[in-house]
Design a protein around this ligand. Structure first.
Ligand code: AMP
Ligand code: ZN
Length: 118
């Protein structure tokens, strides 16, 4: 299968299907899958299929996918019955806690969330 975007990027390989994942949503712009190491009963990663490094690289040229990502998150919240609430997080850069350098939004739910995050 063809790898979109950066050939060295784990999430580009997941988005293209080259590396398997537990898919929960896919369209022409967005892919969502279960986090391999969940930190909440529901822990889904929502990513652009296009390689964008992080929130720091969002620009007028690539930002259309961000609104689609949040449409997908709203859709998933209804589909999964997350009516008690959920959290959406994007970690950006080293001190922000980012470990995979392909933009992703953590959709987490199923337990009370603490504030502020650590
Ligand atoms: P971050 O630390 O914010 O960059 O988030 C990266 C997330 O990717 C972590 O929550 C990891 O558990 C998750 N992750 C890493 N590799 C995989 C994989 N192969 N499939 C699903 N999730 C993964
Ligand atoms: Zn990528």
């Amino acid at each position: 299968m063809k790898t979109a975007g950066n050939p060295d990027c784990l999430f580009c390989k997941i988005a293209s299907g080259e590396i398997p994942s537990e898919s929960v949503y896919s369209d022409e712009l967005v892919y969502a899958f279960k986090d391999i190491d969940p930190k909440a009963p529901v822990h889904i990663l929502v990513i652009p299929k296009e390689h964008i490094v992080s929130a720091a690289e969002i620009s007028p040229e690539n930002s259309k996918v961000i609104s689609r990502i949040f449409e997908v998150i709203a859709h998933l919240s209804k589909e999964l019955g997350l009516d008690r609430g959920f959290r959406v997080v994007t970690n950006c850069g080293g001190e922000g806690g980012q470990t995979v350098y392909h933009l992703h939004f953590h959709l987490m739910a199923g337990r009370p969330m603490k504030w502020p995050p650590g």
